[in-house]
Design a protein around this ligand. Structure first.
Ligand code: SAJ
Length: 424
């Protein structure tokens, strides 16, 4: 297998770690991306993605060979497509990056190549969208070249699970393709590689994993709204329920669900099922509940300021956090952006601070950010979790809206400051 040459198409948070791993395991590995800037950085051993693990790996790699020239595919036997599969403003799947990557691969496809798609798609995409494009090469999938699907499971910022040790599932068009793909993935990961009986089963696996997470978050978000009215601290209840050693899996309420996975993937399934005449009521409801959380959080700002006889208009409010989750610099689909938009419309005198995204922050540091009458935690960055109640008091902050339930509520309330969490 090691004599096979690998090309990773798309060098983002999925493709780049895979390129590193493939090289570390001894494969001659090329990288292909559309961004010159990204390719130049990577070839210098610099990661375009802020991730300590990845930055270190790139620094230790010798002979990094990435390019924007698709001719590199002619030198490759195993081609792994790791391009984004976003949604558009109407929440419809946007397969353009995947289609364009497939067009590029198709032009250079050779007999006996193995093409693997890792991007998250709806069941049927590899067979109905990617395969026809690849077959424009004149080669027949399953006969002249192999076609497989192996969903990416990269969790940005996760210290425990990464591309080296994540279990993988694989589906392929033919049994030979399944064998080829499994052999490759078994040669690079220390974990289980499960062979599934179809491309669609593998595509549906990833969608199910992430949809499962979305509905569980919607469940706790709805419970948070209900418990808030009943004066029950939902974080206490989740801690309580988590002592049950089976059949309960904690998820946490918050100001909304962001990111390019959990918020996006359910729409891929919803839209595909709709085309097949099935309506996912439950998935749609979960998306509605999660999409309602940014507005719910702004409602808490209005309520909190009302308690000190103030309105949002002209009040000094700081939104802490732009990223969609703590510890990352990714703003894609971030609920913070919706909260900011709504507070701006209400006339707030707004400051924004995210230590991971200084270029979009309106202040340079946390100290300046805390010069406000009201603060709104929109991202659970570690730097925000350690903000002490005494510090809040000292800065003269009167209202704290904790969109991630990550601050010391009791301490803040004991200092006479108005605290509103999400379900606490
Ligand atoms: N969130 C909640 N409550 C929760 C968990 C998350 O409100 O209990 C919010 C986060 O704040 C964020 C969004 O949901 O805005 C998504 O958070 P996430 O932790 O799911 O992070 P992602 O989007 O990076 O999801 C990735 C996914 N990994 C892949 O798709 C390969 C997902 O499958 C993982 O379950 C998730 O990481 C993880 O477990 O961390």
């Amino acid at each position: 297998m090691l004599n096979k040459r690998v090309c990773i198409v798309g060098l983002g948070y999925v493709g780049l770690p895979l390129l590193c791993l493939s090289m570390e395991k001894g494969y001659k590995t090329y990288g292909l991306d559309i961004s010159n800037e990204r390719v130049e950085m990577i070839n210098k051993g610099v990661s375009p993605i802020k991730d300590k693990f990845l930055e270190q790996r790139l620094k230790n790699l010798k002979g990094i060979d990435t390019t924007t020239d698709s001719a590199v595919l002619r030198k490759s036997d195993i081609i792994i497509i790791c391009v984004p599969t976003p949604i558009d403003s109407q929440y419809n799947p946007n397969l353009k990056p995947l289609q364009s990557a497939a067009e590029t691969v198709s032009k250079e496809l050779k007999k006996n190549d193995l093409v693997v798609v890792e991007s998250t798609v709806f069941p049927g995409t590899t067979e109905e969208v990617v395969k026809p494009i690849l077959e424009k090469s004149g080669l027949k999938a399953g006969k002249d070249f192999y076609l497989a699907y192996c969903p990416e499971r990269v969790d940005p910022g996760n210290k425990k699970w990464n591309v080296n040790n994540l279990p993988r599932v694989i589906g392929a068009l033919s049994s030979e393709g399944l064998k080829e793909a499994s052999e490759f993935y078994r040669s690079i990961t220390s974990s289980e590689v499960l062979e599934l009986n179809s491309l669609k089963a593998a595509e549906a696996t990833k969608i199910m994993e992430n949809t499962f997470r979305d509905i569980n978050i919607a469940f706790v978000n709805e419970m948070a709204k209900s418990f808030d009215i009943m004066g029950i601290d939902i974080t206490e209840v989740i801690k309580g329920a988590s002592t049950k050693p089976f059949a309960f899996m904690p998820h946490w309420p918050g100001c909304g669900v962001g990111g390019h996975c959990i918020k996006v993937d359910p729409y891929y399934l919803i839209s595909r099922a709709r085309e097949n005449g099935f309506t996912h009521q439950f998935l749609n409801l979960a998306r509605e509940i999660n999409n309602s959380m940014p507005h719910y959080t702004v409602g808490k700002v209005v309520e909190g300021l009302n308690e000190i006889d103030k309105s949002v208009k002209d009040t000094k409010i700081t939104v802490l956090g732009l990223a969609y989750k703590g510890g990352v610099d990714d703003m894609r689909e971030s609920p913070a952006l919706e909260i900011i938009d709504e507070l701006k419309k209400l006339g707030a005198d707004l400051k924004i601070f995210d230590p991971y995204i200084p270029e979009k922050s309106t202040v340079k540091g946390l100290d300046e950010a805390l010069n406000a009458e009201c603060i709104v935690i929109a991202t659970d960055h570690p730097e925000f979790k350690i903000i002490k109640p005494e510090e809040i008091k000292e800065k003269g902050i009167k209202v704290v809206i904790d969109g991630k339930n990550c601050l010391d509520k009791a301490g803040i309330v004991s200092l006479g400051i108005v605290y509103k969490g999400i379900g606490r």
